[in-house]
Design a protein around this ligand. Structure first.
Ligand code: ATP
Ligand code: FE
Length: 417
């Protein structure tokens, strides 16, 4: 199944060409253009929209030049062919078009959605409007397929996913491609937003000024751990829930607390991580004290540690809850996806918690960084999985700004075949 996929829900314009064969998938093309919103310190809706206008058709045009050529030994697979301007050799026509339908900013989504619908009409092939968060959580299944199979490495339902990005922090139990139960969400800001805010306070100003993009979370990780994993070989997860309470004093006299350490609530909260970092830096700056590089680094590390331990602590509670539920199948896989899943320290913290809290049998899987952040390949894969399961989307479909992951199956815009 040759698929052209489009993502435009936020500040990335992304187009991909995927080809799924029986057991394996190839990405023929994947390119993202991220709106340059550095001067705004975050995502600026209008700048992002202008960037989609600027890039969408150009990226689609570029993608078409990566469709497989039809040569002597390579037929069109029955799907028809197209010949691009200036080329004499025809290329295979896509069999399916997928585009993000929501959640996200309506105007931004519209650009990708209408481009996708129009291409599907022009090519007379089916269209699937994809749920962006569903695509994030299915990405590890794409990764397994890219690696050559839907065998033992492919996460099988049911599995538990941690979706951690700039706009979301959710813990989801998935029983099928459209069966998703949200087990925990953030009561305030998303973890990615908290880490971005922390980075803007904690990173040395010189580093921020020279930043090439707004992937602050990544910069925070690189600043905190310049030697990568070698910098946290001595990390030990709290062995009990009681230990989550214990604050770690630093040589500078401050200590950060893990959110909700005293409750078993299945809920996240990350606002305090960002505000604590800010108040510490602001207080020192006001007092005319120079914050040393070492102290900044310690604050970056500790902010990430408490945020990740909070995430891990709630995940363990969810796993314990599911273990007690006789009607729930055994969970053997924990998927981590979304931009923050690119963080290697997060993986260490999660692995550590699983191992010391009785879930060492649970496999932890996360896509490579370029598939963790927003990208059209994951949209293509989710579209393919939906299509193969018998779904397609009506051409009259509209973008959805807020779209609950668990409302997917009975949404009117998606039709069974
Ligand atoms: P959503 O998918 O919820 O709409 P989004 O589009 O902002 O949000 P992604 O592109 O999936 O999300 O992720 C971006 C977020 O991931 C940003 O907050 C960014 O700082 C964070 N991020 C990226 N790399 C890392 C990293 N190595 N460590 C921590 N955070 C990271
Ligand atoms: Fe995303």
């Amino acid at each position: 199944l040759l698929t052209l996929a489009i993502e435009s829900s936020c500040d990335d314009t992304s187009v991909a060409i995927l080809e799924k064969e029986k057991n394996a998938t190839k990405i023929h093309f994947l390119e993202n253009v991220t709106a340059d919103t550095r001067e705004y310190g975050g995502i600026h809706p209008i700048v992002a929209l202008e960037s989609h206008h600027e890039s969408m058709s150009k990226l689609v045009n570029k993608a078409l030049h990566h469709l497989p050529l039809i040569t002597g030994g390579n037929s069109d697979g029955g799907g028809g062919q197209i010949t691009l301007a200036g080329e004499s050799q025809p290329r295979r026509k896509p069999d399916l078009v997928a585009a993000t339908r929501g959640p996200g900013m309506r105007s931004n989504l519209t650009i990708g959605l209408e481009t996708g619908k129009a291409l599907s009409v022009a090519w007379q092939v089916p269209f699937v409007g994809v749920h962006h968060m569903q695509a994030h959580l299915l990405t590890p299944r794409l990764v397994a397929s890219l690696e050559g199979g839907d065998g033992p490495t492919q996460p099988k339902f049911p599995f538990l996913s941690i979706l951690v990005s700039g706009g979301h922090s959710i813990l989801v139990r998935s029983t099928s491609i459209v069966g998703h139960q949200i087990m925990a969400e953030s009561s305030d800001i998303a973890i990615g937003e908290a880490l971005d805010k922390t980075a803007r306070e904690v990173l040395p100003p010189s580093l921020l000024e020279n930043a090439k993009n707004t992937m602050y979370g990544k910069m925070l990780e690189q600043f905190a751990f310049p030697n990568g994993a070698a910098d946290y070989t001595d990390y030990r997860p709290p062995r009990t829930r009681g230990e989550e309470f214990i604050k770690k004093e630093t040589p500078w006299g401050w200590a950060l607390g893990t959110p909700f350490a005293n409750t078993r609530t299945l809920e996240f909260s990350f606002a305090s991580v960002a505000s604590r970092a800010k108040s510490l830096i602001v207080a020192k700056t006001k007092a005319g004290v120079d914050v040393s590089l070492e102290e900044r680094r310690a604050l970056a590390r500790e902010s990430m540690r408490v945020a990740f331990e909070h995430l891990a602590s709630r995940t363990i509670i969810a796993l314990e809850t599911l273990r007690q539920d006789a009607s729930s199948d055994k969970i053997n896989t924990l998927v981590v996806s979304g931009g923050v899943a690119a963080n290697r320290f997060l993986m260490t913290v999660l692995r550590g918690f699983l191992d010391v809290r009785g879930f060492d049998h649970v496999r932890l899987v996360a896509p490579p960084p370029r598939l963790c952040t927003d990208n059209a390949a994951m949209i293509g894969w989710a579209g393919i999985e939906m299509f193969e399961a018998g779904w397609h989307t009506d051409l009259g479909t509209q973008p959805v700004r807020k779209w609950a992951l668990d409302a997917q199956a009975d949404d009117g815009g998606i039709l069974g075949v």
